[in-house]
Structure formats: C-alpha cells, structure tokens
Design a protein around this ligand. Sequence first.
Ligand code: DGJ
Length: 713
Amino acid sequence: MKRILVLCLILLSFRLSAQNIRIATQHTSLVYRVNQEGRLVQQYFGPSIAPALADTASKGQQEAYVTAGMESLLDPAIRIVHSDGNPSLELKYASHESTPQQNNNVTATSITLKDPVYPVSVILHFETYFKEDIIKAWTEIKHTEKKPVQLTAYASSMLHLASDKYWLTQFHGDWAKEVDMQEQYLTTGMKILDSKLGTRANMQQSPMFLLSLHQPAEEESGEVLAGTLAWTGNFKFGFEIDEHNKLHINSGINPYASDYTLKPNEIFTTPAFIFTLSSKGKGQASRNFNRWALDYGVLDGRGPRLTLLNNWEATGMDFNEQRLVGLFGGTKKLGVDMFLLDDGWFANKFPRNADNAGLGDWEPNTTKLPHGLGYLVQEAEKQGVKFGIWLEPEMVNPKSELYTKHPDWVLRLPNRAENYYRNQMVLDLTNPAVQDFVFSIVDKTMSDNPGIAYIKWDCNRMLTNTWSPYLKDKQSHLFIEYTRSFYKVLDRVRAKYPHLPIMLCSGGGGRTDYGALKYFTEFWPSDNTDGLERIYIQYGYSHFFPSNTMAAHVTNWGHQSLKFRTDVAMMGKLGYDIKVDDFSPQELQFSHDAVETYRRISDIVWYGNLYRLVSPYKENRAVFQYTSDDQKKSILFNYLMNIGKNDVFATVKLQGLDPNKNYRIREINLFPGTHSYFHFEQLYSGDYLMKEGLQLAGHGWSLTSNIFEITAE
Ligand code: DGJ
C-alpha cells in the first residue's frame, strides 16, 4: 500500500513537472502549463509562489504566445502567413529544457512549441538572473515549409496580468527633452508605446516602461513591472486591457512596415525583452536593473570609466591644432583623464566646418589639423592626458566625397526628392560593403593612431523617406536588417577592440537600449546639460541604467551655479564641456577638487544602491541617495530647485542604511570660501536616519545643492 502511494506521488510529481514550467528568480515566478488542448498557457506571473500552489489550474488562462488567425481576440504575439496563403498558426507544446549557467545565478529555459499541421516551430526562450530578479525573454521562429512564409508580427514576449487597475509610465521626449516621465491610468483597449524612427529610434520614445498595479507607481512600495527591449531600432510595447480587465503586454520589434519573408530553415530571432517585477515599488525595480546592468547588461559594467573634457560646447567646429593643444591644458588643470575631440576634425574637399559638409570623409582636415590626429594624441600624452575622438560613421552629407563616389551606398527613395535632416543622410548599412566601410573607419582611426583611448559614436538622424538600394525587393526588411547590420559592425569592432570605451550617442539620447549597451560602455543621455533639467533627465534614465553608463558633463547650459551643475554631473559619469580658461581661480579650484572627490566617491555612486528619496516631479527639490552594499558608505545629493513661497519641505528619511550602525555626516564638494549651513556634527544611528530623517532644506535658496558623505564609524 505504502509502495503504491509512493509510486503515485512519483507519478504525480512527474506529471506536475512535465506540465508546469517555472521561470523563477528570487522574488518572482512566471509559471506556464500545458492545457488540455496541448497549448501552453501562462498560469501565474507574480511574486514568488511555491511550486505546489502553482499547479492549481484556473479558467481563462491565456496562451503564453498568442497566435493570429485562430480564436483569440487579443492582439497576437505572432502572425504568420504560410506559403499556401493560410494566415493562421496554432502552437502546441512540444518540449522544454532548463539549464543552469554561470554560478547557478543564471538559468536558461527554452520551451518549444509546434504547429500540428504546418511545419512551424517557435521556441520561447527565458534567461533568469536569480539574485537580480531580472528575466530576459525572446523567441526563435522557424519553419520548413517548401516556400518562404510571411511574418507580420513577432513579439519577443507576451505577459498577462490581472489587477483591478493599471498605471503606465512612459519615458517620452524630444531632442534636449529626453525621457520625460508621464504616467497614465490605462483604460480598456490598446495603448501602444513605440518608435518608427529606425536609427535614432529613441529620439521621442525610449524603449522602456513602468507598469504599476492597483495604484500609481510609488517609489518604495507597490507592485511595479519594469520592462525594456534590447533592440537598437523600432520597438513596440502594446498594452491591451480586455473585457475582463486583464492586461496583456506584447513587447518586441515594431512590425510597422516590416513584414518579414522567412525562408525555410532560417531562424528569426527576436531581441530580448528584459523585465523585473518589484513588490517594493519603482525603487527596487531600478536597483534590480542597475545591478543586472553592471554585471551582465553593459560592456565592462564594473570596468574603469574615464573622466573627460569635451570640446563640443566650448568650440563647436571652430578649432585648429593650436587651439586644441591649448585646451589640453584645461584637461590637466581639471585633473580629468582625457580630452575628447568632437565633431569638425575631418574632411578636406568639403571641409567639416558646419554640419552641412564633410560627413563620410574621415580624413583629418589638413587646414585645421596639419599634423593629423597622431600629433594630437602625442601632445595629449605629453601633457599626461588621454585622447578620445568623435565619429558618426553611419552617416553622409551630400556635400562629401563619399556621396559622390558611392551614391548607391545611401538610403534614399527613388523618384522622390532627397530628404535631409541636419543636412545628412543615412548610409545603407544593410550592404556588406557599407559595413566594411563603417568598420574600416573605426579600425583605420584606431590603427593609424593607436593611442586613441575612447570613441564617441554619434548618430544624428532617424530613418525617413527611406529605401535601400541593396535590399532591392526586400524593402520591408530594412528596419530590421539595419539594426542587425549595426550589430554586425559592432561585433567586428569589439572582436578587435574588446575593451575600448565607446560612448553611444545619438543627437543626445536617441539610442538608449541594452541591445547596444552590450557593445558600449556608456551613453549620452541628452544634449541638454542645464543643471536643473538634467535632474529630470538623469532621474528618468536612472530607472533602468546605472550611473556609470550615463555620461554627464558640466557645461554652460543653464543658469545655475557651477557648483549646482557639477553636483548634478557627479551623479553620472562625470565630464566637462566648457572653456576651462574662463574659470575664475576659485571655479578652477572647485572643479579640480570636485574631480578628485568624484574619483573618491564614484564607487558608491556607480555600484551602490540608488534610493530616489525625493522626486523632482513631486516637489521643487530632488534628493538621491547611493549606498554601498556593505551599508558603510552613502552619498546623498540634495537639490533645491525653483522654490516658491508655499513650498514646505519635510525631513527626508534615508534608506538602505544599517539601523544598528552609527553614521557620521559630512558635507563635501563645497565651493571655496563657503561653508556648510548644516550642523550634522553628531553621530546618527542608521535607525534614526531612516525613521526620523534629516532636514535638508532648512537653509535653502533656489538652485542650491549639497552633497553629503555618510560614513559608518
Ligand atoms: C550631437 C551630440 O549629441 C553632441 O554631443 C555633439 O557630439 C554633436 N552631435 C556633434 O555634431
């Protein structure tokens, strides 16, 4: 009898494990099961759930990857038109496997689904990062029909959520207004966040969102799903609330104008949708993302980062060798690691003196730089600083030798007038000859001048009026092939220069995604470096990206003090883009000291846990706290913005400290000749700082800022 019972239990557990597929991180479970029709349905998605509980089947469970043409009323994850014209797909469970990887923190699970009639298979891939609570989801689509099929929808992931209410936060903007956070209550029907802009895909909409359940997203409480697509191109997130108030989220490449002809045996791989589910608000979601990015998402996430002096704001394209060498002195005076030469250094027949000429002709301009880049690298070395260079290798000005020599390398519509944006056009990167060219620009610049220590890779226009001479009758592959080709070039760059720091820039923050950040060490969030406005911009990006990936330069934008602008830049990857020679002796002293201070505290700002204590969207101030993992050090950034007479500021409760430790608080980064208005001389327990908090606005005037170093004793 006992034996039979044991056997039954074994059989039962076998049945459970065969039917339940668990995608699990430390605090999240995503459970799938196979229903009676043999289809894969999402059984559960939410905070961690015990295996036994997850077996309870309930009605109305949606398919994991809803197909078009069958009975579902939802916006489908996938739509295929078979070679015989049949526009439907049925997916049934075939098999699955799970493989632990990398110290058992990462687990890869794949679930294979097959159409019972047509030879089409879809593999749902998941990669879980247990400690970080991050899940990556993507798919592979394949068929062995005799002729090609048409793919007209191909999401990376589909998730189903059940709540009473849903709020969606998008990160929307424009040039110099990137990632403005806008939250809305979702009503029945469809809300789409997307981009159709191709190259400069995120100029308006960034590929990320926060979805809050039950109530608007709070910083440290509530259930929040944070998601982003690792794709440097058109993306689409669809949020559909059905008649039962269930929410269905499709995430992936935007299929807009991108029907894809899939040949037999060709594998269509969708990019990863990366997400985390937090039951402790937006704050925990960001900390999950930031941690994951440092260890897995960004190239050399925990590697060194160079502080720098850039010349774009200071000189524009109006410089020559002498002037540049003169500026190297500023680099040295500030104590930053590197001088970064921006746009305007190249092209001879059509010299790059303005943005209407020269793009594509990557030879140093002999009038401005008679001794070439090598001379500048050497001069920089002589002064003990490194040298970095700006490139925009995917683009061309019609006024260039490249355009004259290779008109067929340019994306443009036949029978239509050429369309310019910033006087430029985009090269047809889908053409392998153009890929060779773009790679050769990077390679030649680097091999001719081996001392170059850094590249800023720019991309100043989006795709419009576009047509590829290379793709001929496959124009609907252009958006997808462009991004794939971009990655092909970057693969080659990284094979040869694996650790060269490269900044991802796109006319400000037009490219900000984890598809690209595999290849880049940092990105340019915005050309807007106004201290006040940067608070919002960096606040927005901080939901998904760690500080060391966000280049932040002190410039002359904005009417705040140098101290204010510097304090803001010190929350990112610090740089300068300013005429150092115009600094007063105190300003120079302050900046030099700030660079030293930054070096000392950057470990905490880059790798620490971020707590956004006060949101600039809620009050006329902002407070950010970065705390080391061991809770021994914390850096607090405090900004008073344009304060009105009715502003009342409560004490600010700190977070992430050890309640049992005592902390010393010291204001740092003071401007020479000034003193701290705060009297935090005593020792404070972590418990007190987190329960009672600090009065940080007592002595405040508009547009003032402070940095506090908090150290356990
Ligand atoms: C746009 C970038 O965002 C700027 O920082 C600068 O590099 C210009 N392009 C140069 O053309």
